[in-house]
Design a protein around this ligand. Structure first.
Ligand code: F3S
Length: 64
């Protein structure tokens, strides 16, 4: 699985890294970063959870 976080769309809501810290992490300003890409099988559910909960729809996930 590949995950992309659009830094132009991200407004720093922080739900992604709060809900799925294995996949997302904050930068120094609280905006999201992808911590692991590609995403290992064990974190696919977390990656989707973070994507689904971003209010800005900034995160897209794609299965390989
Ligand atoms: Fe940004 Fe969405 Fe996460 S706005 S910090 S990508 S929940």
């Amino acid at each position: 699985m590949r995950v992309h976080l659009d830094r132009q769309l991200c407004q720093g809501h922080g739900r992604c890294y709060a809900l799925a810290p294995a996949v997302y992490e904050p930068d120094d300003n609280g905006h999201g970063l992808v911590a692991t890409d590609p995403v290992p099988d064990s974190s696919h559910e977390a990656a989707r959870l973070g994507s689904a909960n971003c209010p800005e729809d900034a995160i897209t996930v794609a299965d390989d």
